[in-house]
Design a protein around this ligand. Structure first.
Ligand code: ZN
Length: 59
C-alpha cells in the first residue's frame, strides 16, 4: 500500500511504498492517513480540508 506524506513547511506531497517515514526540509513529514488511491482522487480543496482537519486533531 502506498503511503502519502505531506511536508507542512513547503507543502509538498511525497508518495512511497517502501519507507514508513519520509523527511523533507530537515524534518519528518506528516503521514496522511488516507489511502493513496483515495488521495489521488481528491481535488486540492478536499486535500486542504483533510490536512487542516488532521492538524486540528493533533493540537
Ligand atoms: Zn519540505
Amino acid at each position: 500500500m502506498m503511503r502519502v506524506f505531506y511536508c507542512i513547511k513547503c507543502k509538498k506531497y511525497q508518495y512511497t511504498n517502501q519507507q514508513n517515514r519520509a523527511f523533507c526540509c530537515g524534518e519528518p513529514m506528516y503521514e496522511v492517513d488516507v489511502e493513496f488511491t483515495d488521495f489521488v482522487k481528491m481535488d486540492c480543496e478536499e486535500r486542504e480540508k483533510l490536512l487542516s482537519d488532521r492538524k486540528n486533531l493533533r493540537k
